[in-house]
Design a protein around this ligand. Structure first.
Ligand code: PMP
Length: 377
């Protein structure tokens, strides 16, 4: 089976599994316990993982909050900021986002809209990117309490102009969150270079880590002052009171190791994914010519993610037909039952949406494996 659905999830890297195993076996201590070695070992393992994640993202370890994944991080940040600052009497209760966000952002914003917050969804262009000028004007007009735009789109692969957006939010000092789940390990992410990003969400299982673990990055306001938000989970006060619950040490260790590997292999990974993408696009263009049309842009994109249409072919039927030898998806795994809201937001017709498939590569694939596509015509 050729697995080409790496944006849905990735296989666990063997080094990640090896790092995790002791924490599922003999090292079972609770890091919130004290003094005895099992507890201290667990605490140290969590601290190391926190540093590995911070190193990957270019932030301080105490800005890393472990969550169950990007869905929780998105919920926690958006609901938490909205609640905390509106309770404090913030003059704005606008939440600004785009129509091409992941459902865990869109539906959270929609939920808050039903609870009395004002919301605005910006339109996107044909590659699902926000327009910088439109963002500038809207931000100036609305002074939103929180703005959330994803770094890279999970269905079509386009990158938003995060550098420019970060500058804009640095200049006007408003809260900006980005869902970076799909770009980690695929492009350089250094939060020290993007001071306008106050919040970031990420997930381990997209980078060779385990499922059910991720991080919310909450940048400090200054060296000592933490940014406050209302937690989703109240309880024992773990994670600096941002997220209560006994820490999933084995998963946290797995995330840390995956983050370390993603930092070390970034350049190599990007180069290989780009090579493989070019190789596959060449095969597709040569073999299928005008029977296909690409949705993805050819620049400013996530390497290794190709969204394309098989003209006149129903995507579900095609995926089913191919499913015994290639694993692919029609878009995002998180909204696979409905026609893609991202492609619709990017102006695609229902027919175009229904003939779209997403191919997402991994750097350990070989050209020989991709040659399988030569048989499709
Ligand atoms: N945001 C984006 C952009 C994603 O692609 C995904 C996963 N499909 C998520 C959030 C949700 O991540 P998780 O599975 O960790 O909840």
């Amino acid at each position: 089976m050729l697995y080409l659905d790496n944006s849905a999830t990735t296989k666990i890297h063997p080094d990640v599994l090896e790092a995790m195993l002791p924490y599922l076996q003999e090292e079972y201590g609770n890091p919130s316990s004290k003094f005895y070695s099992l507890a201290e070992n667990a605490k140290k393992a969590v601290a190391t993982a926190r540093e590995q994640v911070a190193q990957l993202l270019g932030c301080d370890p105490d800005e890393v909050v472990f969550t169950s994944g990007a869905t929780e991080s998105n919920n926690m940040i958006i609901k938490g900021v909205a609640d905390y600052y509106s309770h404090k009497g913030s003059s704005s209760n606008y939440l600004l986002t785009s129509s091409a966000e992941h459902p865990s952002v869109l539906e959270t914003v929609e939920f808050l809209g039903e609870r009395g917050y004002k919301t605005r969804l910006l339109d996107v262009d044909t590659f699902a990117r926000v327009d910088l000028q439109n963002v500038k004007e809207t931000v100036t007009q609305l002074q939103p309490l929180l703005t959330s735009f994803m770094w890279g789109n999970n269905e079509i692969g386009s990158l938003n102009p995060i550098g420019e957006l970060s500058k804009l939010f640095t200049a006007n000092n408003l809260f900006f969150h980005t869902d970076a789940t799909q770009v980690i390990g695929k492009i350089p992410v250094n939060l020290r270079k993007h001071s306008g990003i106050r919040f970031l969400s990420m997930s381990a299982h997209k980078i060779g880590g385990p499922k059910g673990i991720g991080a919310a990055i909450i940048r400090k306001q200054s060296k000592e002052i933490f940014t406050r938000l209302t937690p989703l989970l109240h309880g024992g006060g773990q994670e600096n009171n941002y997220r209560s619950g006994t820490l999933a040490v084995h998963n946290i260790v797995g995330l840390g190791k995956a983050a370390e590997l993603a930092s070390q292999k970034l350049e190599e990974n990007v180069k290989r994914l780009t090579q493989l993408e070019n190789y596959l696009v060449d095969i597709l263009k040569t073999n299928l010519g005008n029977k296909i049309a690409f949705n993805s842009d050819d620049h400013d994109k996530i390497p290794g993610l190709i969204s394309l249409q098989f003209i006149g072919v129903n995507n579900e039927l095609l995926l089913k037909k191919l499913s015994s030898f290639i694993a692919l998806s029609s878009g995002s795994a998180c909204s696979s039952s409905k026609p893609s809201h991202v492609l619709s937001a990017a102006g695609k017709t229902l027919e175009e949406v229904r003939q779209t498939i997403r191919i997402t590569l991994a750097s350990d694939l070989s050209e020989k494996e991709l040659d399988l596509f030569r048989a499709i015509n």
